[in-house]
Design a protein around this ligand. Sequence first.
Ligand code: 5GP
Ligand code: ZN
Length: 115
Amino acid sequence: MTDCIFCKIADGRIPANIVGRNDAAVAFRDLNPQAPTHVLVIPTMHLSGMAEMTTDESERAVARTLRLARDIAAELGLAENGYRLVINTGRDGGQSVFHLHVHLLAGRRLAWPPG
Ligand code: 5GP
Ligand code: ZN
């Protein structure tokens, strides 16, 4: 999608601190980290949010995105102490960028319930 900031990061049109990729997803550091480790993991295909996960191709893209999140967490040494994966969805979910993304948060004890 031409005007989507995360599509631009996925295809290199704007810079980001990339931490990993697979065949369908890319992971990069959040610009405004909320925890010692805060990585965003996105499908390279544009899906505005969970509601657009309606086809086999988009379901696979989201599954590959979760797979990359898991792999990055392991590579960064987070598996032992644990981490949180979050997909903010819509207004009440706090979504501000409308390209589906998984937040990978770790490095401190995260509160529950979230605010
Ligand atoms: P949301 O609020 O939609 O769940 O999360 C969007 C996230 O994207 C926020 O944590 C925000 O800091 C991050 N973000 C927004 N613009 C950029 C950007 O241009 N580069 C990076 N690396 N992160 C961004
Ligand atoms: Zn996009």
